[in-house]
Design a binder for this molecule. Structure first.
Ligand SMILES: Nc1ncnc2c1ncn2[C@@H]1O[C@H](COP(=O)(O)OP(=O)(O)O)[C@@H](O)[C@H]1O
Ligand SMILES: [Mg+2]
Length: 251
């Protein structure tokens, strides 16, 4: 049994079948990549995993508990964190202030931006924020305004904001989309470090095959809303079904 079990999931948007018969088992402490051409249903699937969408059919179980119908906060408390395609950080705040947001949310259930100031002097939270920034090698940037950082560093900060909540499962939707090669490599290095140092499972949706093959232990290829192949990376490269799925894509 995997830490995450997706069984017979289907999802329609009106007349469009976005997902059908999706079965997926993500094993604990592995990195599982979900790849596939544009419109294959990857983001829809991820949204079903974090309770943002409720599938029409099927089940999604995390550590034996259903995630369906739960609020984003409840999903977080179950141990699932998600990184969106565009970094969700506050550009007006410093790196350190951004780090305080999830710590505050973890303690008080939710965060209100205007209340962040009230926790800025709390020693235990400050120490936790600094420890996390040190782990991702950003402590020297703690006074920087996040808007002025590179995309790679923004992503690094956003991941730190997820990791400080000690998730068991980290979900990433195209974390390197639109990045320059240096920022992409920076993100790969960080994810490798996270995999090695933490007791964590990663599920990643990614277009960039360099990223996929640098990180994944297992790959599922999704096409037209349904898994085509699931295998180890070495068997995915050059697989005829995978090439067929990508035919017509400019990659
Ligand atoms: N909220 C929505 N309403 C209607 N159609 C949608 C919605 N979200 C996604 N779709 C459609 O579902 C299909 C799968 O989309 P998506 O999951 O975003 O694919 P991917 O992430 O693999 O590019 C696409 O045809 C897309 O246009
Ligand atoms: Mg998508």
């Amino acid at each position: 049994m995997g830490i995450l079990e997706v069984k017979d999931v289907g999802k329609r948007f009106g007349g469009l079948k976005a997902l059908s018969d999706v079965n997926l088992s993500v094993k604990e402490n592995t990195c599982h990549a979900i790849i596939g051409p544009n419109g294959a249903g990857k983001s829809t699937l991820l949204n079903c995993l974090v309770g943002k969408l409720i599938p029409d059919t099927g089940s999604v179980m995390f550590q034996g508990q259903s995630v369906l119908g739960r609020s984003p906060h409840e999903i977080n408390q179950m141990g699932i964190s998600r990184v969106f395609q565009t970094p969700e950080i506050f550009g007006d705040l410093t790196v350190f202030e951004n780090m305080m947001i999830p710590l505050f949310a973890k303690r008080d259930g939710a965060y209100r931006l205007h209340a962040i100031e009230s926790v800025m002097n709390e020693k235990s939270l400050i120490e936790e924020a600094e420890k996390m920034l040190e782990e991702v090698n950003m402590l020297d940037k703690r006074h920087m305004h996040s808007a002025s950082m590179s995309r790679g560093d923004k992503r690094r900060l956003e991941m730190a904001m997820c990791l400080v909540q000690s998730p068991k499962l980290l979900l990433l939707d195209e974390p390197t989309a639109g990045m320059a090669r240096a920022d992409t490599n920076n993100t790969i290095d960080l994810l490798k470090q996270i995999k090695e140092e933490r007791d964590i499972t990663i599920a990643i949706i990614e277009h960039d095959m360099h990223v996929v093959f640098s990180l994944a232990d297992r790959i599922t290829v999704l096409a037209q809303g349904t898994p085509l192949v699931e295998d180890a990376p070495e068997n995915i490269k050059g697989h005829p079904k995978v090439q067929e799925a990508y035919l017509g894509e400019a990659h």
